[in-house]
Each structure stands twice: as C-alpha cells, then as structure tokens.
Design a protein around this ligand. Structure first.
Ligand SMILES: [Zn+2]
Length: 264
C-alpha cells in the first residue's frame, strides 16, 4: 500500500526522508469519455493506478518503498474535449502554474524527487516543459511516468480483434473504469468512434506522435457525428481492465526503483 501524502500529520511529515522519498503526483482530467464512460475516467484510473502500484511494489518485495501519493490533480488540459458536454479544462498557463506552485511547495520542504503520473495524454506536454524548468530552477529531479502501458503485448491482447483505433475513451479505458466500479460504465449507450482526419494516409499511424494534432472532433461515428472517442468500447470488461491496470503498474516498478536509487 502506498501512503497518501494527505494522511500524514505534520510530525509524521517532518520525519519523512526527503532525499529519497518520491512524491507521486497523478495528473488526471475531467473530460468526456464518450457516452459510456464517466467524465472522471482519467481521475478514476489515476486513483486505481496508485492502488495497483502499491500492490505491484509489494509483490516485487518492496514493502517499505519510499513513496507518497499526492492527491490526484482532478482537472488538466482538455482543450481538445471542451466542446463536448461536461468537459472541464484549465488553460495551459493556469495548468503550468498550478503544477509549478505545488512543486515549489514540495521542494521547499526538501523533497527532491517528484514523479508525475500522467493519466491523460493532453497533460504530457505541460508536464514535460515544467519538469525541465523545475530541474533548472530548483535543482530537483522531476520524473514523468505514464499511467497506461498501452503498447504492452498483454494490454494490447485485451483489445477486441478488429478494434484497431482503440484510443481515448475506448475499450481499454472503459475496461479500467469497469475494474474499479462497473456501475460507472453504461455500455448500453456506447458508440464507436473512428478517425476521419488523415484516414488512408499510410504515413500517419494511430498512437504515434505524428497524430498529436488530432482533436477529438476528428473522431466520428459511422453517421458522421463527432464522438470524441477512439475505437469501439463495446467489448470492455472489468477483467480486461484489471489486466491493464495490473500490467501497467508492474511495468512501472523498475522505473520507480531507479528513481529511488537515483542520487542527485
Ligand atoms: Zn482518458
């Protein structure tokens, strides 16, 4: 189990080894994930990842791993989803400054190792820029972890054959929410989203950095309605979600060990 930052008393916090302890900061989002998955999908996955990560560390023999979980940052950079009902976004500079101020506060208390757990791809560019600035300005060591091992063969194997565009709000993310609480997912209202931009252009592949320009309006249902999700979530199950969460957590363990052992 990973201890929560917010659960410690001041006295307990004073006793934490600031040189080696990693502050894990999950950065989530509050944005549409189609008709079937909740707006808080990324936040729900973020919380689950902290739990699964705690278990993965224990299974790897790391009972007293020096790590504290910061509260999930519940809103992120969701510009590409702003036109879909319910999505809430910060502006890039607001988001940068929010994370910057939190980091400065943590550094003031002596923490040297911050690990941002990116649970929404749209947050990544800001976290990357921020990490360089923090390192340069404060001399601390920020690290960036990805919450989902979406390229891992065990994770890819959970995706229904033929569901080639599985992406934002698709089968994998929906499955992960189901693993946490199946009642939060309404599969009966699910629709499939397919990309319309760049379709047929063989030089552009889904999932690669070249597709970063895609906005969620580019994903449409078969009748052309913007849907903002990739792939077909119909095949999502809680069991698949458990496999994805477990695999993604396990993959992060070696990196966390490296961060722990890293000396500034
Ligand atoms: Zn998401």
């Amino acid at each position: 189990m990973i201890r929560n930052y917010r659960d410690l008393t001041r006295l307990e916090m004073e006793q934490v080894d600031k040189d080696e302890t990693i502050i894990l900061i999950p950065v989530g989002a509050l944005e549409q994930h189609g008709n079937q998955a909740p707006l808080g999908t990324d936040d729900i996955i973020a919380e689950a990842m902290v739990e699964y990560l705690g278990r993965a560390l224990e299974e790897a023999g790391e009972k007293d791993f020096p790590i504290l979980a910061f509260p999930v940052i519940p809103v992120g950079l969701s510009t590409e989803h702003r036109n879909f009902c319910g999505s809430v976004t910060l502006r890039p500079d607001t988001y940068y400054n929010l994370l910057y101020d939190i980091s400065v506060s943590l550094a003031r208390h002596g923490f040297k190792k911050l690990a941002f757990l990116v649970c929404h791809g749209g947050n990544a560019p800001i976290v990357q820029v921020l990490s360089r600035e923090l390192r340069s300005e404060l001399g601390i060591s920020p690290f960036i972890l990805s919450s989902g091992a979406f390229g891992h063969p065990d994770v890819r194997a959970t995706v229904t054959p033929g569901n080639v565009y599985d992406f934002h709000g698709g089968e994998m993310e929906t499955s992960m929410v189901m693993a946490v609480d199946p009642s939060l997912v309404k599969l009966e209202t699910a629709q499939a989203g397919i990309p319309t931009a760049f379709v047929g252009n063989q030089t552009l592949k889904t999932g690669g950095s070249v597709t970063i320009g895609w906005v969620s309006e580019d994903w449409k249902t078969a009748d052309g309605t913007p849907i903002g999700i990739g792939g077909d979530p119909a095949g999502a199950t809680a069991e698949k979600g458990r496999i994805i969460l477990e695999t993604s957590a396990k993959v992060l363990v070696p990196g966390l060990r490296e961060i722990r052992d890293w000396k500034a």
